[in-house]
Design a protein around this ligand. Structure first.
Ligand SMILES: [Zn+2]
Length: 232
């Protein structure tokens, strides 16, 4: 290959959609509670989550979108040697498996046992015709869980793959939103079952240094900090 045309990716190459800022999710729910719809916000959050889910599905299957020409192709990362080179089938861009790994490690980009939730969202979102439909899909997605295959019990919140912040912090925000929605006439099924499901999840995870069950009521009561209305 002509060295001049070989594009060597640096490890900080941005190939993947970032997580969504919690403030945006928070705002979306505040609007919903007030009965106002900010169509632009719903669309922005919806698309950002769509792109994040796409990234999750690509990484999980060992694929990548060529940053030069946009072709999606399969790498040999899954089972391949780190130094093995993957070349885009449509252009000269290449990336080794090791470089590929460096672009997504420690970024919560493995779909794990929540893959079905990410996939469902990617399939359904483009078909949604109204802000209401989009909001419901967003709601369903961010309240999904990584489900343990053996016990069918919740292991982890899928929102941790989608929203900035630690797992405990993201769950605390969704707890607060679910608490606020108690008694609301049109709260979704996902919100209704959220608190019971996270209770079961913390029970399973007790002993975890992240957020032992014994500290959880305090987290919930004080919400996201000092009672302010911001998720940070
Ligand atoms: Zn290409």
């Amino acid at each position: 290959m002509n060295e001049k045309n070989r594009l060597t990716p640096n490890p900080k190459l941005k190939l993947w959609a970032p997580k969504v800022r919690p403030e945006r999710i928070w705002q979306l729910y505040q609007n919903d509670a007030r009965g106002t719809i900010d169509e632009v916000l719903v669309h922005d959050v919806g698309i950002a989550l769509y792109q994040r889910c796409e990234s999750l599905l690509l990484v999980t299957s060992g694929r990548v979108t060529c940053p030069t020409c946009g072709t999606i192709f399969q790498t040999s990362w899954l089972g391949g040697r780190p130094e093995a080179v993957n070349q885009c089938p449509s252009c000269q861009w290449t990336i080794t498996n090791g470089q590929y790994h460096a672009t997504w490690r420690h970024q919560d980009l493995r779909a794990g046992n929540a893959e079905v939730a990410f996939r469902s969202y990617v399939e359904a979102y483009p078909r949604a015709r109204s802000s209401r439909e989009r909001t419901l899909l967003i709601d369903q997605l961010i309240h999904a869980f990584h489900i343990d295959l053996k016990s069918r019990a919740p292991n982890r919140s899928a929102a941790n793959n989608l929203i900035e912040g630690s797992h405990a912090r993201v769950v605390a925000m969704l707890d607060r939103l679910a608490d606020d929605a108690r008694g609301a006439p049109d709260r979704s099924d996902a919100t209704s079952t959220w608190l019971a499901t996270t209770e079961a999840m913390w029970k399973r995870r007790s002993g975890s240094s992240e957020a032992p069950r014994s500290t959880r009521p305090a987290v919930r009561k004080s919400g996201l900090g000092s009672g302010d209305q911001s998720p940070r």
